[in-house]
Design a protein around this ligand. Structure first.
Ligand SMILES: CC(C)(COP(=O)(O)OP(=O)(O)OC[C@H]1O[C@@H](n2cnc3c(N)ncnc32)[C@H](O)[C@@H]1OP(=O)(O)O)[C@@H](O)C(=O)NCCC(=O)NCCS
Length: 315
């Protein structure tokens, strides 16, 4: 609970107050924040000071799968080191637990000024690191070289196969995927993110006689950064090079949108031998830099009484 003397107020974000917090999320998460709803799947808590947002945590809770996650946590520079980040994280966790979540997922990136602070913040509140992925960045100049690489030539698809934009995926197909996803972990790590922040120009799906059998999801992290991050082909269709076809198609669709400052990033699990071999073979000479992406989990027990030790001091 906030001290009576604190000028800060933690509040759950809804449509009425969302405007106060828009500046605290990346463009890719802007549309996700718009869906914040105290009773809905998109959950956000903000920290208000004198009617201005100075901190925000944004995430999701899924009462069916009993999983939730944190998409973004950010405290305005001038407001840091007052316990706001810790309090937002704890409030989100408490609420997810009350809503019946068994676990929460989050991540932080390596090699940034905030990296050790986020690591410390999550560790202090009992989060465990589950795996590390790597984001391989490609500059706009190298992206243009990549499009001209011999293996990037658009091949003729085998009969019965088609690559189409994500917009062709129907509500029924999504519902079917969701049902399958709950039954087996087939789509863990490759499921399209809640709130659909993927890029509509470059996210593509693979069909075989009309049936959805794969996808390559890209996310626009900021106006200058597109992230290629979820490549999936159903197990029975693997080892035929179909994943590479999805990559080729997506990169070609990206080309007209590359601006002078644009970068692309490829995100791959550090234990994904097939993808690492692909990167080594096809991408290594186009990569400008590598950034670690640390995935975290917090296992939640049954709901507890609210912790009243939240420490927020005046900025
Ligand atoms: C990480 C962040 C949310 C922390 O917010 P905050 O309100 O400053 O956090 P708190 O005041 O609650 O501090 C949390 C802990 O980190 C420590 N900490 C915070 N800033 C620190 C700094 N600059 N140096 C060392 N430790 C620091 C605090 O001492 C505290 O530790 P304790 O619990 O052991 O006392 C904030 O720095 C931030 O928004 N950074 C940018 C994050 C970002 O890039 N987000 C987007 C990706 S999700």
């Amino acid at each position: 609970m906030l001290a009576d003397t604190s000028e800060h107020k933690i509040e759950i974000v809804d449509r009425k107050i969302v405007g106060k917090y828009e500046h605290l999320v990346s463009p890719a998460n802007g549309s996700v924040l718009q869906q914040a709803n105290p009773q809905g799947a998109t959950l956000a808590f903000g920290c208000d000071r004198h009617d201005h947002g100075c901190g925000l945590i944004l995430g999701y809770v899924n009462p069916v799968s009993k999983k939730g996650g944190i998409t973004s946590i950010y405290v305005a520079r001038h407001a840091r080191r007052n316990g706001i980040g810790s309090t937002l994280l704890r409030r989100f966790t408490d609420e997810a637990q009350l809503r019946g979540c068994n676990s929460l997922h989050a991540f932080y990136l390596g090699a940034r000024p905030s990296t050790p602070i986020l690591k410390h913040l999550f560790e202090t509140q009992g989060w465990d690191e589950t795996r590390t992925r790597t984001i391989y960045s490609i500059s706009q100049a190298d992206g243009r070289r990549l499009v001209r690489a011999p293996w990037m030539r658009r091949p003729v698809l085998p009969a019965g196969f088609a690559i189409e934009p994500w917009s062709t995926v129907s509500e029924d197909e999504l519902a079917l995927l969701q049902t399958e996803h709950l039954r087996s972990p087939l789509y863990d790590g490759v499921w399209p993110v809640a709130g659909s922040s993927y890029d509509h120009d470059t996210t593509v799906v693979l069909r075989h006689h009309g049936q959805l059998i794969g996808w390559f999801i890209t996310v626009r992290v900021s106006p200058n950064l597109l992230r290629y991050e979820r490549l999936f082909v159903r197990p029975e269709y693997r080892k035929f090079g179909l994943g590479t076809l999805l990559i080729i198609e997506s990169v070609h669709r990206h080309q007209p949108y590359m601006r002078s400052s644009e970068f692309a990033g490829w995100m791959t699990n550090d234990d994904n031998a097939a993808m690492l071999a692909f990167i080594e073979r096809g991408l290594a000479s186009y990569i400008t830099r590598k950034v670690a992406h640390h995935d975290l989990v917090k296992h939640l027990g049954p709901p507890q009484l609210a912790d009243d030790e939240h420490r927020i001091q005046a900025c």
